[in-house]
Design a protein around this ligand. Structure first.
Ligand SMILES: Cc1cc2nc3c(=O)[nH]c(=O)nc-3n(C[C@H](O)[C@H](O)[C@H](O)COP(=O)(O)O)c2cc1C
Length: 302
């Protein structure tokens, strides 16, 4: 059964194998890592590779980032020829490199440009366009409500709010109040995001804010079972089964040895916060090939 939960875009993590895994565990929708509109319009192969999906993944959203309406529109037109269901626009990324160019969360300070981007993207695609942003730039500039209204006017089909400001980064606790306020101010679906760490907690966010769905990021890493009812810290057998499936999916879609670092990073997370976990993680990080890593797991199963 599908949960009302969406896998958040996580640069460096939400590649196709991990997204498929989360779908198998019940994620209602999965989103690509953020993809540069320039990489798309220049036809850069590594960027185009990030659009890879499979039939099992529908619905699938691709997230674009950029600051120039024309380039964002052009990128939207190009990717609309690919098998994807939704185009999401990143207006929440706090990373300096992105902000400096006027993209990501910087767009919350330039809502007129943000509106032009949304209009240009919707004009260039028949796919639904969604927008993901934060509660505001800082605590003096909480503008998620007016920003969401702007997005709705400009043609967004839904919005996702991460209940933190740019200045918060990832510190403190996500503010659910602002999600409720946005929900009350617009007629399009609102997706709530920030700090959900269990299935029950996700349902609670929906009940308290009235949001239509919840997006889960960090807590899904090494824990795809979060998309199903059940304990958020399950026994070892559940962890090993999930990682086994993850390791089955990786070589089907990626060059397993080339992405060994990324795989170890994923694999180690399945054993966080449990007794004996650090010893297992140490072995994982010491693996020098994908087959050695997969073999460790076979050993752990015995
Ligand atoms: C490592 C990492 C990478 C992220 N990459 C993206 C991204 O590519 N696009 C985006 O909109 N948000 C990105 N985010 C933000 C998440 O999608 C999400 O909004 C945030 O982590 C809060 O949700 P959570 O508390 O469930 O993790 C990233 C967050 C992390 C920790």
């Amino acid at each position: 059964m599908r949960s009302p939960f969406i896998l958040a875009p996580l640069a460096g993590y939400t590649d196709l194998p991990f997204r498929l895994l989360c779908r198998e565990y019940g994620a209602a929708l999965t989103v690509s890592e953020m993809i540069s509109c320039h990489g798309i319009t220049y036809g850069q192969q590594p960027t185009l590779n990030m659009l890879a999906t499979s039939q099992a993944e529908s619905p699938f959203a691709v997230q674009l980032f950029g600051a120039e309406p024309a380039v964002m529109g052009e990128a939207a037109a190009i990717i609309s020829n690919y098998p994807l269901d939704i185009i999401d626009i990143n207006m929440g990324c706090p990373v300096r490199k992105v902000i400096k160019k006027g993209a990501g969360c910087a767009l919350m300070r330039t809502p007129a440009i943000a509106a032009k981007i949304i209009r240009q993207v919707t004009k260039n695609t028949a796919k639904p366009v969604t927008v993901k942003f934060r509660s505001g730039w800082n605590h003096q500039e909480i503008n998620a409500v007016s920003f969401a209204q702007m997005a709705e006017d400009a043609g967004a089909a839904a919005v996702t709010i991460h209940g933190r400001t740019w200045s918060d980064g990832f510190s403190g606790q996500a503010d659910w109040q602002v999600i409720r306020q946005v929900r009350e101010a617009v007629n399009i679906p609102v997706i709530g995001n920030g700090d959900i760490d269990s299935y029950e907690n996700g349902l609670q966010m929906m009940a308290e804010t009235g949001c239509a769905a919840v997006m889960i990021g960090r807590a899904a890493l090494g824990a795809p079972w979060i998309f199903q009812p059940g304990p958020s810290s399950p026994p070892m057998a559940v962890r090993v089964a999930a990682l086994s499936r993850h390791l089955e999916l990786i070589p089907r879609y990626m060059d397993a040895n080339r992405c060994l670092g990324r795989t170890k990073n994923h694999a180690g997370r399945y054993f966080k916060g449990i007794p004996g976990g650090s010893a297992i993680r140490k072995k994982i990080y010491e693996a020098t090939s994908f087959s050695q890593l997969a073999g460790l797991l076979a050993g752990d199963k015995k």
